[in-house]
Design a protein around this ligand. Structure first.
Ligand SMILES: NC(=O)c1ccc[n+]([C@@H]2O[C@H](COP(=O)([O-])OP(=O)(O)OC[C@H]3O[C@@H](n4cnc5c(N)ncnc54)[C@H](OP(=O)(O)O)[C@@H]3O)[C@@H](O)[C@H]2O)c1
Length: 285
C-alpha cells in the first residue's frame, strides 16, 4: 500500500488518465509537485506503474469505471485512506458517440450520458463531503466546444456536454460557501485517442437518409481532431486554474478560430451563427 504523504503536496484525482488529456495532465502535474491518482477501467490497485517518472514524483493509476457508483466510491475511498484528503479533481473520462439523432438508440444515448454526465456527478458526490470538510477543493469538469454548440451527427455527445455545463454552473454556486471551486474547460480539437475511440451508432447504415451529410461533416471534424493541438496545453491550463484564487466559470482552449467560434455562438444572432456553422461543415443545402 502507498504510504500516506506527509508533505504538503496537493492530492489530485484525474478520471480517464490512461490517454489523452488525462494522461498528459497526470504526468505534468505529478512532475510538478502534485500527488496524482489517475483512473482507468483497466488499471489495477496492486500494479506499480511501468512508465518511469522522476523519483520524487507520485503518479498512481487506480481502477475506476465512472458508470459504476461502487467503483467510484471504492476508488475515492482508496485515495482518502492513503492521503486523508483530495484537493483537486479533473472530471475528464469521456467517450463520444456519432450518429444522427434519429438513428442513435436510446441505449446508446444513455451510455453516452453514463460516462460523460452521470460519471462526473458520481465523482462530485463522492469527493464533495471531504472537500466541504476540509473547506477547500477544485473540481474541473472537462466539457467541449461541443458543449457550447450542438455538433451535427454528434447530438448525443453534445447533449451530454451541455448537461455537464448546466450542472457545473449550478454546483459552482452551491459549493462556493464551502470554499470549493468548480470550473469548466471547453477544449476545441486536440490530438488524443478520442477520435479512434468514437463509437458509431449501430443505427447507421449506408442507405441512411443522413449518410451523405454524415459522411461529409464527420470526417471534417475527425480530421480537425487528428490535426489538433497537443493535450499538454490543457495540462498547463489545469495548473493555472488550480493555482488561481478565484477561477472563472469556463475556460476555452484550442486553436484561435475554435475559441473565437464559441464567442461567435454566444454573441451572434442565432440564424447567422447557424448558417456559418453549416457552411463550415459543408452542410448547407
Ligand atoms: N480530444 C478532443 O479533441 C476533445 C475535445 C473536447 C473535449 N474532449 C473531452 O476530453 C475528455 C478526455 O478525452 P480525450 O480526448 O483525452 O480522449 P481519450 O484519449 O479517448 O481518453 C479518454 C479517457 O476516458 C477514459 N474512460 C472512458 N470511459 C470511461 C469510463 N466509463 N470510466 C472511466 N474512464 C473512462 C479512458 O480510460 P480507459 O479506457 O482506460 O478506462 C481514457 O483514459 C473527454 O471528456 C472528451 O469529451 C476531447
Amino acid at each position: 500500500m502507498d504510504q500516506k504523504r506527509t508533505n504538503t503536496r496537493r492530492i489530485v484525482l484525474i478520471t480517464g488518465a490512461s490517454s489523452g488529456f488525462g494522461k498528459a495532465s497526470a504526468i505534468y502535474l505529478s512532475q510538478n509537485g502534485y500527488c496524482v491518482y489517475g483512473t482507468s477501467r483497466s488499471a489495477d490497485f496492486d500494479k506499480t506503474p511501468t512508465d518511469s517518472y522522476p523519483d520524487d514524483s507520485f503518479f498512481r493509476m487506480i481502477p475506476m469505471d465512472v458508470r459504476d457508483t461502487s467503483s467510484v466510491t471504492k476508488g475515492v475511498s482508496h485515495i482518502l485512506k492513503n492521503e486523508g484528503r483530495i484537493d483537486i479533481v479533473m472530471n475528464n473520462a469521456g467517450i463520444a458517440t456519432a450518429g444522427a439523432v434519429e438513428e442513435v438508440s436510446i441505449e446508446e444515448v444513455k451510455n453516452q450520458f453514463e460516462t460523460n454526465f452521470f460519471g462526473a456527478i458520481r465523482i462530485c458526490q463522492a469527493v464533495l463531503p471531504q472537500m466541504r470538510n476540509q473547506k477547500s477543493g477544485c473540481i474541473i469538469n472537462i466539457s467541449s466546444i461541443g458543449g457550447v454548440m450542438g455538433l451535427p451527427f454528434q447530438g448525443a455527445y453534445s447533449a451530454s456536454k451541455f448537461a455537464l455545463e448546466g450542472m457545473t454552473e449550478a454546483l459552482r454556486i452551491e459549493v462556493k460557501p464551502f470554499g470549493v471551486h468548480v470550473v469548466l474547460i471547453e477544449p476545441g480539437d486536440f490530438k488524443t485517442d478520442f477520435t479512434q475511440n468514437r463509437i458509431m451508432t449501430k443505427g447507421f447504415h449506408q442507405n441512411s437518409v443522413y449518410a451523405d451529410q454524415l459522411k461529409t461533416a464527420l470526417p471534417l471534424m475527425e480530421n480537425e481532431e487528428r490535426n489538433g493541438a497537443d493535450p499538454h496545453q490543457l495540462a498547463l491550463l489545469v495548473e493555472k486554474i488550480i493555482n488561481h484564487p478565484n477561477p472563472k466559470v469556463r475556460y476555452t482552449i484550442g486553436k484561435l478560430e475554435q475559441r473565437l467560434s464559441t464567442l461567435y455562438k454566444r454573441w451572434a444572432p442565432s440564424l447567422m451563427y447557424e448558417r456559418s456553422f453549416m457552411k463550415y461543415y459543408k452542410l448547407l443545402p
